[in-house]
Design a protein around this ligand. Structure first.
Ligand code: ZN
Ligand code: MN
Length: 133
């Protein structure tokens, strides 16, 4: 770690849990998994360490309106798709982040620091399951 904050065993386990999944889980799921390794862990400690890991730039916190925060072990800026049926959060790998910033910068004749963009719809699994599911 180059940052001032220490990578404790707790943080390491939480980070490993998060990096082992592509499901963008909420804190309580991370808590259940991390407890297999650290039985004395509390949910509050998980939340506290998730916040620290976020501040360290190791993870992303995803917040879509009123739903609980979900967490991403990939700290690189990237887009997400939210399934309106099952709530799944999927990565959208389209390399247009910089281009969008450039286009907006041109339109506004100023600099863009960052932008937010989310995709919504029905995921492939829910679509295959049919309209009654
Ligand atoms: Zn779905
Ligand atoms: Mn992601």
């Amino acid at each position: 770690m180059t940052k001032a904050t220490r990578m404790t065993k707790q943080k390491r386990v939480i980070l490993d849990v998060l990096k082992s999944t592509k499901s963008h889980p909420p804190a309580d799921w991370i808590y259940m998994q991390a407890r297999k390794e650290l039985p004395n862990l509390s949910l509050g400690t998980v939340y506290r360490n998730l916040n620290i890991l976020k501040d360290m730039g190791e993870i992303l916190e995803l917040n879509y309106g009123s739903t609980l925060s979900r967490y991403d072990g990939n700290p690189q800026e990237h887009y997400h798709f939210v399934c309106e049926k099952c709530g799944a959060v999927l990565d959208v790998d389209i390399p247009i982040q910089k281009e969008l910033d450039m286009l907006a910068a041109q339109a506004l004749e100023t600099e863009i620091k960052h932008h937010r963009l989310e995709f919504y719809g029905t995921c492939r699994k829910c679509k295959a399951a049919g309209p009654q599911s």
